[in-house]
Design a protein around this ligand. Structure first.
Ligand SMILES: Cc1cc2nc3c(=O)[nH]c(=O)nc-3n(C[C@H](O)[C@H](O)[C@H](O)COP(=O)(O)OP(=O)(O)OC[C@H]3O[C@@H](n4cnc5c(N)ncnc54)[C@H](O)[C@@H]3O)c2cc1C
Length: 380
């Protein structure tokens, strides 16, 4: 992968982030899972290194490293504990949305603190009636003088309760097709009438704060409208490409971790007087894992390269996401299998990888929808 896609600068970045994470994340990666808590201090340290701002220009406090570098950073964090990366992802997505569509004043006020993780973000789209069907959003933002009044609710929002800035998709025009009536608003935490809650736990991603949002007559100044009124759906479609590539790298990080752990285990575990790595059934699993992880990473890094070249990547991002998430689910399931009974305990991290991997076939657009997008692009 490195030989095909990485520049010398990107190879240095990979080495640098590995060194940084070995010191800062490796020692606590299992505690995060056990305590269901990601230390905010860790997030701040990752941000201070510039790893929250690879897609933001230096002018606004970013590190301007590009998509390949963003994939490297994401993959490396996810190899150790993907929940940390999932907490970072909304900051990347809101950051790129603001960078692309925000006014100069908005960027000066908000971007540099997002790019350095001094402020945490949430991306707020999903509602009870609007999951896969984003156009089903019912949250309303009504213009009243120099303000908008937001009413409605959201669910499944990553960083609910943790975030400082909530980028909220709401209808500003209920009479038109929702694709032309959605707008984006930045709602700061502690705004009166805005309530967050974390009423459920997750199957995996321990440490991630996920929950619901309620907006009851929440007044936000018109200066908090991001981009043009009524263009929220179109802006979201562009942001989705970045989300799909980011989630692909998170999947690839999990797959790499599961694969590395599996190779170590099968080389050590002895049954019938032999290392289990010598049994053909085990070797076939290792071969399948290796090939599929390489294919998933090739899809992801080639899509990232296209993005860095300024090309349209809707189809490629969906291919990467659908394939990388399938690979992560299959690889982690096989990793548990080759670990036998040990794999089913919480002594080995493979059970965590398996629980974490499943999220990626659902979040950021389900696999069914990714495949429908691929087919739509191929058949148009
Ligand atoms: C841990 C976690 C974190 C999340 N973080 C965020 C976040 O930060 N912000 C945010 O806005 N959302 C977030 N989500 C929400 C996530 O994006 C949605 O769960 C996802 O888009 C699916 O929507 P849904 O849950 O309503 O499922 P549904 O849309 O109800 O789908 C149910 C099933 O029906 C299938 N389906 C639906 N429509 C079709 C169709 N047209 N054709 C074929 N199959 C179809 C789906 O593929 C799925 O299998 C998160 C979810 C989870 C679990």
């Amino acid at each position: 992968m490195e030989d095909l896609f990485f520049s010398d600068k990107e190879i240095r970045l990979q080495k640098e982030i590995r060194g940084f994470l070995k010191k800062e994340l490796e020692p606590i990666k299992e505690n995060i899972n056990k305590n269901d808590e990601i230390p905010l201090e860790l997030i701040r340290k990752i941000g201070a290194k510039g790893y929250f701002g690879p897609l933001i220009s230096k002018e606004y406090g970013g590190s301007e490293l590009g998509m390949i570098s963003h994939m490297i950073i994401t993959e490396e964090i996810s190899r150790l504990n993907v929940a940390v990366s999932v907490t970072r992802t909304p900051c990347i997505l809101d950051g790129i949305t603001l960078f692309r569509y925000g006014t100069k004043e908005q960027k000066e006020k908000y971007l540099s603190v997002i790019a350095r993780a001094e402020k945490i973000c949430a991306i707020c789209i999903t509602e009870k009636g609007a999951g896969t069907d984003v156009a089903g959003i019912q949250t309303i933002a009504e213009k009243k003088g120099g303000e908008y009044v937001i009413n409605g609710s959201k669910r499944f929002i990553t960083n609910a309760g943790l975030a400082d800035y909530y980028f909220v998709w709401a209808l500003t025009d209920q009479k038109v097709n929702p694709r032309d009536g959605l707008s984006i608003f930045l709602v700061e935490k502690d705004t009166p009438g805005f309530i967050t809650d974390n009423p459920y736990g997750l199957m995996g991603l321990r440490g991630v704060k996920n929950g619901t949002l309620e907006f009851e007559n929440v007044y936000v100044p018109k200066e908090n409208l991001i981009g043009e009124e009524g263009k929220g759906f179109q802006m979201l479609m562009k942001t989705f490409n970045v989300e799909r590539l980011t989630l692909s790298s998170e999947c690839n990080g999990i797959s790499l971790a599961a694969f590395e752990d599996s190779k170590k285990y099968v080389r050590e575990r002895i049954q019938f007087g032999k290392k289990i790595a010598t049994f053909q059934a085990i070797r076939l699993k290792i071969a399948k894992m290796a090939t599929e992880i390489r294919a998933a990473r090739l899809l992801t890094y080639s899509s990232a390269r296209l993005w860095d070249l300024g090309k349209e990547v809707t189809k490629e991002a969906s291919m990467s996401k659908a394939f990388s998430s399938k690979t992560a689910v299959e690889t982690t399931t096989e990793a548990v299998q080759v670990h036998g009974g040990d794999g089913y305990t919480d002594v080995y991290p493979v059970e965590r990888y398996m629980r974490d991997a499943k999220f990626f076939q659902i979040g950021g657009g389900t696999s069914e929808i990714q495949n429908l997008i691929i087919a739509r692009e191929e058949l148009k």
